[in-house]
Design a protein around this ligand. Sequence first.
Ligand code: HEC
Ligand code: HEC
Length: 592
Amino acid sequence: MDSVKILSLVAMISVSVISRADELNRSPLALSALQGTVCLTANHIGRSISLVDVASGKVLQELVVGNGPADIAWVDESTAIVSLLHDDAIAVVARDKDRLDLVRTIPVGDEPRGLALSHDRKSVYVALGGDDTIAQVDLASSSVVAKLPTAGIPKTVRISPDGRMLVTSTAVPATIYVHDLESRQLISERRLFDGAFNPGVPVISKDSKLLVIPHAVNREFAVTPQMIDIGWVIDNRISKLPLPDGEPSSQKQLGLDIRGKAVGDAYAALFTSDESRLVVSCGGTHELLVIDFTSIPWPTGDPGDFLPAAMQKDASKFRRIKVGGRPMGMRLLDDQTVVVANYLLNCLQVVDLNSGDITKTISLGGPEEPDLARQGEIVFYDADRSMHSWFSCHTCHTEGHTAGQVFDTRNDRSFGTPKLTPSLRGVAETGPWTWHGWQTDLHDAMKRSLTESMATKHPITDEDATAMVAYLKTLAHPVNPRATSTDTVLNQKQELGRTLFSGKAGCASCHNGSQFTSNETFDGKVEDRKDRDSKYNPPSLRGVASRRRYLHTGKARSLEAVLTKYHRPEDLVGESLTDEERDALIEYLKSL
Ligand code: HEC
Ligand code: HEC
């Protein structure tokens, strides 16, 4: 039996055990509500979905569906669809009153995340983060019938209420794509403002004319207490864009932060039914924002550093409701009540928007006490660990990966030498750490990240650092479909690339071992006169295709750019490659 088969067997066995055990954190990311009060949650870590009757506060059933449930949608009262981020598939689930059954899973492509159901309920659109496309899955034939190209890690898809537009948000760079569903043509492609990153879950107005999306903004100043205080490091904002298109000037942003008490990791947006109020969940500061949407003084041009003063002191215009944990997806129950999926608290919360009370907490199950890794995860997502709560580890290292942003965290003790945020997948195995490889102890690195990258005075204990390391050890590379491709042409290319990598191109002299890195430092010949040390620790090349910016400067935006412009084999080992060889080498890199 080959190793792939053994692995999938192990996965099957563990799934059936998990369906009975209660020890997994459920960590719901999203929920979908039917008319009335029946909800389904996508339990990201729990590998399951839960059918919940919010009125009675009961979990009616839980069903194990696969790895990494990320989004969920009802097709009708008896069918639901779940995206399985780590299985590269969607699951079709049947519901009969209180009972759920897994009908089938449909392979859809790399890293499926956001879902949207077509108005005729015949197909579902799936954002494929690893493929930079939106797959259209026909539910009758259970097959992918079309792929609409985007770029840059699509995360969410929405269909406008008029049923005519497919609206996609992508992460790197943060962009909104609008496709006409009838003609399948791309109607518009708009970048959110400069520096926008970590786009959250958007909402579209009922008349289909407006999109509102929360996101972070990289202000590009050094991470110092002075800069954080005045809001010049990472801001949290909502953007409003006319649909389907519009002049850049019609695109507006609103800063959400308050000096000394910012908002961390704004995630999902939701309108109340009359669209007078906008609710925003903020995972990092453990709260919901309730914003009077009708009276926002939308700034023209630059939104400034903070929430407009007129909104700061008036709770009817801007209210903050603490819910704890990590509030993520939300649904409206009625005009003053929302249900929130709380990832870190493993529960659904019912929140009264008028009183600010949590009127009900419905546990989805999970361990009584967080284990060490979960304790680390709690710190990882906690913006209150940063000065004035502007950001968390997750803000820069999104979900343990990377937001693809360049920051001047001054790790090498210099100013004005910003560096690309490394992915933390597999990080425990790739020491020494930081681009210059100056950090040889991960435990110490945690203390530095907590005190310096977060600029906090919050006391850091050894227990915190130990828990963080335990959490980092859980950050694995997702399954890479290119590594097990059955396409012969592709496989031949990969094979040629492998030969070049360890032969003529000389890559393996610096990128070696199981993680394709080294514990030494080298001059990667990347030109940047500002940096104070020309030596760098080679980044691990495992999962390299899942990054969209490369090298310490972040200037290379594709593997091709790395090898032709910034980190050229001719400069490194004195060998130049033909176009065909480079192409093969890149296919090999993508399979790692
Ligand atoms: C403001 C953005 C930002 C925040 C917040 C942040 N990091 Fe980083 N992190 C970076 C950047 C940029 C680097 C690269 C720094 C360098 O090499 O000079 C980095 C490097 C690292 C590394 C080394 C990775 C490697 O492969 O060498 C680890 C580990 C790490 N961060 C963990 C954390 C943890 C844990 C937190 C929260 C306590 C955190 N970071 C907060 C931006 C950030
Ligand atoms: C002399 C050692 C050395 C050799 C030879 C070398 N690399 Fe590198 N590689 C590095 C270093 C150091 C970096 C980081 C450089 C920087 O960012 O300044 C790097 C960065 C990279 C990156 C960017 C990864 C990321 O996540 O940003 C890629 C891709 C890469 N190398 C691929 C290759 C390939 C393919 C070859 C063979 C053609 C190769 N390297 C040869 C040392 C080397």
